[in-house]
Design a protein around this ligand. Structure first.
Ligand code: ADP
Ligand code: 5GP
Length: 209
């Protein structure tokens, strides 16, 4: 835990969304953000190239590998992973404090290993959701349709997906993203249920992190 968070003792609820790339995480996360103003997205830092539709500072903080290494050495990441060879992604503590200080809930969109790390770190007031497609063939189709991958990166994502699916049962909820409207409704119901269960007092004890 960063010394800044321990000093300030600012810790709040988190929602962790994870899935193999192409399963519909971004689509469902955007839907949730449009429905729940008190849920704020934790903008990760990444060394991967920006896609045409993405916005720096909103979708990701796009940074160089040098800058990533520097932030890592400074201990500024709550978690980080080399999600694909030479493509680093990490959650900055500064994103979390910013959201919790507003009294809001943090929403993470991270890979499976990152999600497991965050689940262990913020084990109280955390909800973790694993999203999957009905099949690997459908995952491949959706990745192709998204037109963001080369044949090589598509292959990398599919083989990683097979391994990631084996962790699905480690999360609180497994949601199958088949018909989009159904999945959107289901995830909104899940979050409403989580929010009614949340005690509306922020944690004041960081010692278990
Ligand atoms: P991820 O963030 O997990 O990589 P995306 O949200 O980018 O996944 O979704 C991958 C592609 O699949 C996008 O083109 C998206 O529009 C499409 N998609 C998402 N959910 C569905 C669905 N239920 N049915 C059909 N296409 C979908
Ligand atoms: P993409 O390149 O498709 O945006 O994301 C690739 C993968 O990296 C996705 O599974 C996404 O959830 C994950 N990811 C994004 N940000 C982070 C992060 O901060 N930490 C970790 N561990 N994974 C992340």
């Amino acid at each position: 835990m960063s010394s800044e968070l321990i000093q300030k003792k600012v810790i709040g609820p988190v929602i962790i969304i994870t899935a193999p790339s192409g399963s519909g995480k971004t689509t469902l996360v955007k839907h949730l953000l449009s429905q729940f103003p008190s849920i704020n997205f934790s903008v990760s830092a990444t060394t991967r190239a920006k896609r045409p539709m993405e916005e720096d500072g909103k979708d990701y903080h796009f940074i160089t590998s040098e800058k990533f290494l520097h932030l890592r050495e400074e201990g500024l990441f709550a978690e980080w992973e080399e999600v694909y060879p030479n493509q680093f992604y990490g959650t900055l503590y500064s994103e979390l404090t910013k959201i919790w200080e507003r009294g809001n809930i943090v929403l993470f969109d991270v890979d499976v290993l990152g999600a497991l790390a965050l689940k262990n770190k913020f084990n109280t007031d955390a909800l973790s959701i694993f999203i999957k497609t009905p099949s690997l063939d459908i995952l491949r189709e959706r990745l192709k349709k998204r037109l963001t991958e080369t044949e090589e990166s598509l292959q990398k994502r599919i083989s990683k997906a097979e391994e990631e699916i084996s962790y699905a049962q480690s999360f609180d909820i497994v949601l199958v993203n088949d018909v989009l409207e159904d999945a959107q409704k289901q995830i909104v119901d899940i979050i409403n249920h989580f929010m009614t269960q949340l005690k509306h007092t922020w944690k004041h004890d960081a010692t278990n992190l």
